[in-house]
Design a protein around this ligand. Structure first.
Ligand SMILES: [Zn+2]
Length: 426
């Protein structure tokens, strides 16, 4: 009986411990992607609210700081859409995020305009294109990219160039453009503002029946201070050698006064992994010092990482290995390791650890890719991986990247695998 009770206590304790960690990880994602954090962009200072929250977590966990606090401030430009945005076709109001997004480089515009429509394939026909452009003065130019008949790669490239020209060139007399698409809407950020306005619309419409477009957009190009948030735990045996845990906390923020992009998987989940590892290593000190860098302004062009490597808080040469966590919330198909082919020894080790312990579905290899924060460090010679989870929900840079639907499929196994991996550095 005594044995049974002991077993019961041990099991409960272990389960309790592990469940609590996942609860903490979920709480972090839930908080960072909540409406109060405004998509961690530059409308309503969402990015600052997020940085402050992370610094509070660092303090609660007990991380040290390199300076007087955890913040490393730097300046960026951001094109923002702070006030009410409206797009109406024939009087019908479209839903932001669901039916349309605005091109992030867009300028302000207000008014009601007639329309002119061109099919995507006609962009390759010089006569038709010239006709439409001539006829577009004072109108909204709708480029119909649905049911694309263009397959040739060269043609596709040409079309992209023509569309970019039509959208923003002052030589084109249209007031605005609408790209009418049947592809998923994916928003992004911009540090610049162009002199015209452009939308991407995905909604079942009878284009022929549309005669009038009503637009209300206020765009503000701002310069603001944002932060990297940096803390560390001192190593027990090699305090001058560093392992770095990296992830960006910023996201795309708000599009107008109502809609925001929550960024649960991208990258509240990576920050959640970063904080979970910080908590673990506070309790289980590593031989190496471990630095936790939550970067700002990744979505604006990896700007936080660019700033950090130019202004490192300790010598970059002392980084033994760096892992960038950008999207950690799914995992039905395991993880993908960017730079896996470059740091093959480390990749094989990671893969082997997973095979031995069955933490997650699979560890998959990928080559170099300059698509996230690790790249800036890698270009400076820092040995690094960028890891993201694969499979499951495909929401990305849209209103559907929410906490409520993020599965956390591999999260626990993934963090155990990473701890096991970091622990091999002796
Ligand atoms: Zn990201």
């Amino acid at each position: 009986m005594k044995k049974l009770i002991l077993l019961f206590i041990i099991t409960t304790f272990c389960l309790g411990g592990s469940a609590q960690d996942l609860n903490y990880a979920k709480e972090v994602v839930k908080t960072l992607s909540s409406p109060e954090f405004k998509g961690r962009g530059y409308v309503g200072n969402g990015h600052k609210i997020a940085a402050k929250y992370i610094s509070k977590q660092y303090a609660d966990i007990g991380l040290k700081s390199f300076g007087k606090n955890y913040f490393q401030p730097f300046e960026i430009n951001a094109n923002t859409f702070p006030s009410k945005m409206e797009l109406k076709l024939n009087g019908e109001t479209l839903i932001p995020g669901e039916d349309y997004i605005i091109d992030p480089k867009s300028a302000s515009l207000k008014g009601e305009f007639p329309v002119v429509v061109i099919r995507e394939k006609d962009l390759l026909n010089k006569t038709k294109l010239a006709d439409v452009v001539r006829n577009s003065s004072g109108k909204v130019l709708i480029i119909d990219e649905t049911n694309s008949e263009v397959e040739d790669a060269e043609d596709k490239k040409t079309i992209k160039e023509v569309v970019d020209y039509l959208k923003f060139s002052p030589e084109v007399p249209s007031v605005a453009t609408i790209i009418y698409t049947d592809k998923k809407l994916t928003w992004s950020g911009s540090t610049i503002q162009k002199p015209k306005t452009s939308f991407i619309v995905n909604k079942k419409l009878n284009l022929k029946s549309i005669s009038e477009v009503s637009i209300k957009v206020k765009a503000r190009l701002i310069t603001c201070e944002t932060n990297n948030v940096v803390g560390y735990l001192e190593g027990t045996e090699k305090p001058d050698s560093f392992l770095v845990v990296l992830g960006h906390y910023d996201h795309l923020g708000k599009m107008g006064s109502k809609m925001y992009i929550p960024g649960a998987n991208d990258n509240a989940s990576g920050i959640s992994m970063l904080l979970s590892l910080a908590k673990y290593y506070k309790e289980n000190p590593h031989k190496y010092s471990i630095v936790f860098i939550a970067l700002g302004a990744e979505e604006m062009g990896i700007l936080g990482a660019k700033y950090y490597v130019k202004n490192p808080l300790f010598d970059l040469d002392r980084i033994r290995f760096l892992v960038n966590f950008d999207m950690a919330g799914t995992g039905d198909e395991g993880i993908k390791v960017v730079n896996g082919t470059v740091f093959r020894k480390e990749f094989d080790l990671l893969n082997e650890l997973n095979k031995q312990n069955n933490y997650i579905h699979s560890v998959n290899i990928r080559g170099e890719s300059c698509n996230s924060d690790h790249c800036m460090f890698y270009q400076q010679g820092v040995p690094s991986f960028f890891i993201y989870t694969m499979g499951g929900i495909q929401a990305y840079h849209d209103i559907y990247d929410r906490f409520e639907t993020l599965p956390f499929t591999a999260f626990e196994g993934y963090s155990e695998l990473m701890i096991n991996f970091f622990d091999t550095f002796e």
